[in-house]
Design a protein around this ligand. Structure first.
Ligand code: SF4
Ligand code: SF4
Length: 415
């Protein structure tokens, strides 16, 4: 599968639903056998499963809709009979192509996403009937203007000041516009009942993934943070994935892995999301004596915390409520993120907080001031900020900083 691999394939020259044989295994992933291990193996082939699913469903006439932020309600797309696919780029190999059009000093996530389009290397992007472009940070917003030259796009305007009395009504209006656009473009009526059903499905998936995340509260978690990070899919609510999530919830508790997770430093990871193939910092943390017990970010628990009231009289407003509460640094002010972080650190018994910030991510970078203050002064926990991009050139330096942090923590424990 070309979408996630270092083996690039030019999707232009191949039938997107009949791809060449290209291996797509995530080499950094921990694949374990035994109890629960089969589930972890299943998700190590996640991109292949998504590809197969998307192709099969597309042949049946379903539409593919690309999304690039957790603010986009997948439920609305599903209620239109379409398939939402997450398109955020995690490959550094796509960046040189992107830099033909985009400045080098831009977030790697933005450049990688755009580079996939330049290289026509992400079949999900190539088969997408529509992209939903969320007005998050400035870099993404302006990149979308270039991406729109190649792909059909609907811009979804996010609230910028969530505490403003008008903000929620404006957000409801934006979701109404998205609903209209999906109906018009795909010639379907999005009924309230279809929306409710999609909310039930997404609630079911969120609950299963929350239950998996909660396993990390154990003194000896039954999996690594990296394994948990891999237990998710670019496409939500695939029936075969539901089976695997259920199996994992049943089989993973009590699983023993080596080195024992109970002896490692418990890390709360916050900051930017880690898209597929951009898990390097997580691996460095866990290869150097840590275990990421909780990820308070958009590839972690943040989008899973709240469900949608699927039985509400107005399901669109109920949907708007859930997504409105997502505490992202692109909002001002964003106190709710700090509250969430504090609560999660206690719940997951974090021994320190590591904040990951992609190069040139101004919003998370500036917000790290508040995060550091709260973690060090209020929570009295060690804090480390790691700023990097998708290139492995600084891995040794990051590993040294992480080791130094863990040595300090272990030293304090020993004293
Ligand atoms: S971090 Fe913010 S901009 Fe990025 S996916 Fe999450 S909500 Fe969207
Ligand atoms: S990581 Fe930061 S700069 Fe990059 S897309 Fe997300 S919010 Fe924008």
């Amino acid at each position: 599968m070309p979408a996630c691999c270092s083996d690039k394939t030019n999707a232009e020259n191949c039938d997107p639903c009949n791809p060449p044989e290209v291996s797509c295994h995530n080499e950094g992933a921990v694949v374990s056998g035994g109890v629960g291990g089969d589930v972890i193996s299943w998700f190590s082939d996640m991109v292949d499963h998504c590809y197969e699913y998307a192709c099969t469903e597309k042949k049946k006439g379903r539409k593919i809709v690309g999304i690039m932020c957790e603010y986009t309600p997948r439920e609305l797309i599903m209620a239109a009979g379409a398939i939402p696919v997450s398109l955020c780029g995690g490959s550094g190999e796509m960046i040189p192509a992107a830099e033909h059009d985009l400045p080098a000093n831009l977030c790697p996530l933005i450049k990688s996403t755009y580079g996939y389009s330049m290289e026509k290397a992400n079949p999900f992007l190539e088969m997408a009937d529509l992209l939903v472009a969320e007005t998050t940070c400035d870099g993404k917003k302006k990149m979308y203007e270039l991406l729109a030259k190649r792909h059909p796009m609907h811009v979804l305007e996010l609230p910028q000041k969530p505490d403003d009395p008008e903000a929620f009504e404006h957000w409801v209006y934006e979701l109404q516009m998205l609903r209209k656009e999906l109906s018009r473009r795909f010639q379907v009526q999005i009924t309230d009942e279809a929306l409710r059903e999609a909310c039930r499905e997404m609630n079911r998936e969120r609950k299963l993934r929350r239950d998996l995340a909660a396993l990390m509260k154990a003194d000896s978690p039954p999996m690594t943070g990296r394994e948990l990070l891999d237990l998710k899919s670019l496409i939500s609510c695939i029936p075969a994935d539901f089976e695997q999530y259920e199996k994992a919830v049943k089989n993973l508790p009590g699983r023993q892995i080596t080195p024992a997770t109970g002896k490692r430093v418990r890390v709360m990871l916050t900051g930017v999301p880690l898209p597929h193939n951009a898990e390097r910092v997580m691996d460095i943390i866990e290869d150097n004596g840590g275990i990421v017990v909780c990820q308070e970010n958009c590839t972690g628990i943040k989008p899973l915390i709240e469900d949608v009231d699927s039985e509400a009289e107005d399901p669109l407003r109920a949907l708007a409520e859930k997504y409105f509460h997502l505490p992202c640094s692109v909002m001002t002010e964003n106190r709710k993120r700090l509250d969430l972080l504090r609560d999660l650190a206690v719940e997951y018994k974090a021994g320190c907080v590591i904040e990951l910030i992609w190069q040139a991510c101004i919003t998370y970078e500036v917000e790290s001031f508040h995060v550091r203050q709260m973690v060090e002064n209020e929570m009295k926990l060690p804090y480390l900020r790691i700023g990097t991009d998708y290139s492995p050139s600084d891995s040794a330096r990051i590993a040294m900083r992480v080791q130094a942090l863990f040595e300090t923590i272990q030293g304090r424990r020993n004293r």
